[in-house]
Design a protein around this ligand. Sequence first.
Ligand code: MG
Ligand code: MG
Length: 236
Amino acid sequence: MRKSGQMVAEILGMLKRRVEPGVTTLELDRIAEGQCRKWKARPAFKGYGGFPFTICASPNDRVVHGFPNSDPLVEGDILSIDFGLIYDGFFGDSAVTLPVGEIAESTRLLLDITRQSLEDGIAKACDNARLSDISNAVQQRVEKAGFSVVREFVGHGIGTALHEEPQIPNYGAPGRGPMLKTGMTLAIEPMVNVGSPSVRVLEDGWTAVTLDGKLSAHFEHTVAITEQGPEILTRP
Ligand code: MG
Ligand code: MG
């Protein structure tokens, strides 16, 4: 899990360095797929339920599961990239939302709060905590800042399958759900909207967008619960 996690982190780092006005998300997809092939890893999303690409590329009001395309990124956009792979039988899964050139101060706040909510959730991923302690920590951070948590999509267990039990909602009261134990590996992934939490899926059957057309951000890490606390396997 550490090895696949590090591969995911390195490839996301490569993509991050390429994100600027004029670049297309299809170019980013090719870079990610080529690097997987080079390292003899397999993209986790391509072919998953019929998903046709290596990365999910979700700019601006796209929440998750966007298709890479040949539209150039534009200064002031934000771009969520979700990427996973399997190596030697184990999965890693991580997502970041990146600024394209200069972005508005209010947009910067959305990215900062979403990243912080992920960190708050991860901090609760400890032996003998309860699953919804993670959910509640994410929700508190997001709603205190005046943003909203997407309900329709959740984090998940991860290991020899991309999506394992338990599902990890990004909202809810603390102290509920299964007890967390050392050795569990979780993908924690808040999706945060500037406006209403409502989303809809486009006709491609995949791309989730905000119902009100406002911005959305997404950060994700694969995390192991250890005796020393949470270990972020996809940290660059
Ligand atoms: Mg992911
Ligand atoms: Mg995930």
